[in-house]
Design a protein around this ligand. Structure first.
Ligand SMILES: Nc1ncnc2c1ncn2[C@@H]1O[C@H](COP(=O)(O)OP(=O)(O)OP(=O)(O)O)[C@@H](O)[C@H]1O
Length: 645
């Protein structure tokens, strides 16, 4: 039995009682009647047509009469003429009127609909070449297909992700935004005492913002994030010398200081040995008096020595000897691959300092190796405990539900990239950005005008550029140090050869304790040189970009860019070696004529508060000139001797 009754239309029902057969017959009869009526009508039309054509034939016969009869017809024509002329006149007037109308075909725009006759007469050769569509006006409310207009294409704006577009703002004015250390919740009395002993009574703005944010993510202890969720990763972009190091050292020490078992729970990765040493020193200083142990993996010691510092094996079991590891990426990867004593299975904080530089070195795939090691599940009882963790692929309710120890990334830089594609390589989890750059709070970046990222410059810095020629550059350095007494000066060159030759020249000239800092020196020699510069034994340090990033040398009054830096990031890090911690500092950049325009544009676009022109008059250099020329000759000899070696 069917579930539905399907009603079919069977024609109009005259009587509900009529059977289906009689209905069909009635329908058929109706149709036949209609067909007959149509047939009759056709026949009537045909006979009318026939009559008309017969009549026309008769007319034609008359027109084809011999000429004598034509006069008659012409008279008929004459009689008809005024009527015809009248018609023509009306038609012409119509045409004229149409031409005068704005938007008429005369202006090459749309046709107004006219009679067939009009159309035929108006058609010119040009009109015939026009595509038919352009000659037809569109009835109101309809779009004419096939008519293509040149519409301006809308510009596509790059839209920054919310977290990048709307960061937590950090004051760039250090001096007027100091926060007493006691105002920051969650710091132990022991750590506060340590800070005070190190002469720190107040936190700088970046520290006041970032320390509580990191501590908040550890409120539930180290094993589980806030509310059971994985904590948000943190990115910090703040000027050079604004105190970013303590912004991660203090909360990490605070979070780990009550740990029971020693395991590597914090790993700080830095691009150079010198920076790793510097950060390791700060960690060690604040870990003093706590059970925490800090180990550096930067190739300062032999691999075996570093191995011994990391862990020991007793009765067949591994025991970690490090809570905090500070490393360079290359050496770290070596230990991950070759040293079973390094276990990152319980890593809680991954600190990436100079993060933009570290993103650039991502081709070495150090980060993926660290993350892989951190999520490698152990084989012991850990494998089934809370310490087991799986690398989240997609964030879903299911992937977030099993509680597991979180791995939180903390990124720091003075020139953190705003390029989401670059940042994506870091695999950040719901990142939160702290930034002192105000100019890009807008959510959209106008791609063509926004050529480069904008950065915040140190508050106490004054920037100058010095127009000069190639041959006068060394003389200018001597003038700055001997006549203007701007020492200690940190002078940057673009190559280690230039650094070395400039040092030879300054040494030959005499009167200035100087040294070089580049890859020509061994790590030990570099360490010694930095120490002597800091102690004031060296007044002029001539360096490659090896000392451009992160190096914190107390009391550098002046930075000189002997060679103009090619990239804005390099410039910002170089000049950031002075004017640190809210102090004053000077930066001079020597510019050749051809470099001026591009360099000044680069610096202005990056958000420099203003770079001033400093002209050194030739007469100011005169007193040094004769000795300088003599020294140049001596230099040529010395270089020849060096090359001969
Ligand atoms: N709260 C503070 N009070 C006084 N001095 C501080 C404070 N915090 C940091 N400093 C000092 O400021 C100097 C710069 O700090 P730090 O090296 O951390 O800067 P940074 O932001 O990491 O700079 P860069 O981007 O160049 O690496 C250091 O000498 C440090 O000891």
């Amino acid at each position: 039995m069917s579930l539905f009754l399907v009603n079919r239309y069977l024609g109009e029902e005259e009587d509900g009682s009529t059977s289906k057969e009689s209905q069909a017959q009635l329908l058929l009869a109706k149709l036949q009647h209609k067909a007959k009526l149509k047939q009759n009508q056709d026949l009537r039309e045909q006979s009318v047509q026939h009559e008309i054509s017969k009549k026309r034939k008769g007319d034609k016969d008359v027109s084809e009469e011999p000429p004598q009869n034509k006069k008659k017809t012409s008279e008929v024509d004459k009689r008809d003429k005024p009527v015809k002329e009248k018609k023509k006149k009306v038609a012409n007037e119509k045409k004229k009127k149409k031409k005068d109308q704005p938007g008429s075909p005369a202006e090459g725009l749309l046709d107004t609909p006219g009679t067939e006759e009009d159309k035929g007469e108006d058609k010119t050769e040009n009109d015939m070449l026009q595509p038919p569509s352009s000659k037809t006006s569109a009835p109101a409310g309809f779009t004419v297909l096939g008519v293509f207009e040149n519409k301006p294409v809308q510009k596509v704006n790059r839209v920054l992700p919310q977290w990048l577009a709307q960061p937590d703002m950090i004051h760039s004015d250090i001096k007027n935004n100091l926060v007493p250390i006691s105002d920051i919740p969650g710091l132990s009395a022991q750590l506060m005492k340590k800070l005070q002993n190190n002469g720190i009574q107040h936190f700088f703005p970046v520290q006041a913002e970032v320390i509580p944010a990191i501590l908040e993510s550890t409120q539930q202890g180290l094993l589980i994030g806030h509310g059971g969720y994985k904590p948000r990763d943190i990115c910090v972009s703040a000027p050079t010398g604004s105190g970013k190091t303590l912004a991660f050292v203090i909360p990490v020490i605070q979070a780990l200081m009550e740990r029971v078992v020693c395991e590597v729970r914090a790993l700080a990765v830095l691009p150079t040995k010198e920076l790793a040493q510097q950060v390791c020193r700060v960690f060690t200083s604040y870990a003093e008096g706590t059970p925490l142990k800090v180990v550096m993996l930067a190739g300062q010691r032999s691999f075996a020595a570093e191995q011994a510092l990391l862990s020991e094996h007793r009765a067949g079991t591994r025991r970690s000897l490090a809570d905090i590891v500070v490393a360079t990426p290359g050496r770290l990867v070596d230990h991950i691959n070759k040293n079973s004593g390094l276990c990152l299975g319980q890593l809680r904080f991954l600190i990436i300092d100079e993060a933009d530089k570290m993103v650039d070195s991502m081709h070495q795939s150090w980060l993926s190796q660290v993350v892989k090691a951190a999520y490698r599940s152990g084989s012991g009882p850990e494998a089934v405990s809370i310490f087991r963790r799986t690398e989240p692929v997609y964030i879903t309710a299911a992937s977030l539900s099993p509680p597991q120890m979180p791995l939180q990334k903390l990124l720091f830089s003075a020139t953190l990239t705003q390029n989401p594609e670059k940042l994506q390589q870091l695999g950040l989890h719901q990142p939160r950005l702290f930034s002192s750059v105000h100019s890009q709070s807008d959510t959209t970046l106008d791609a063509p005008t926004q050529k480069q990222d904008r950065f915040d410059f140190p508050q106490g810095l004054t920037e100058y550029y010095v127009p000069c020629t190639l041959s006068k550059k060394p003389l200018l350095v001597l003038h700055f140090i001997l006549r203007m007494k701007l020492s200690p000066i940190l002078c940057f060159t673009n190559s280690r050869e230039t650094a070395h030759r400039l040092l030879l020249l300054v040494q030959l000239f005499g009167g200035v304790p100087a040294a070089e800092f580049s890859s020509r020196l061994s790590p030990g020699e570099r360490k010694k040189t930095l120490k002597e510069f800091e102690q004031g034994k060296i007044q002029l340090l001539i360096s490659t970009d090896a000392a451009a990033r992160g190096i914190d040398i107390n009391g550098v009054k002046c930075v000189v860019n002997y060679d103009a830096p090619q990239y804005i990031r390099t410039y910002i890090h170089r000049i950031g070696r002075t004017a640190r911690a809210g102090k004053a500092g000077l930066a001079f950049t020597f510019l050749l004529g051809v470099q001026e325009k591009n360099f000044l544009q680069m610096v202005t676009e990056a958000g420099s508060p203003g770079i001033q022109k400093q002209i050194v008059k030739p007469e100011n250099l005169k007193s040094l000139e004769a000795r300088y020329q003599h020294t140049l000759q001596e230099l040529a000899v010395v270089i020849k001797e060096e090359e001969a070696k």
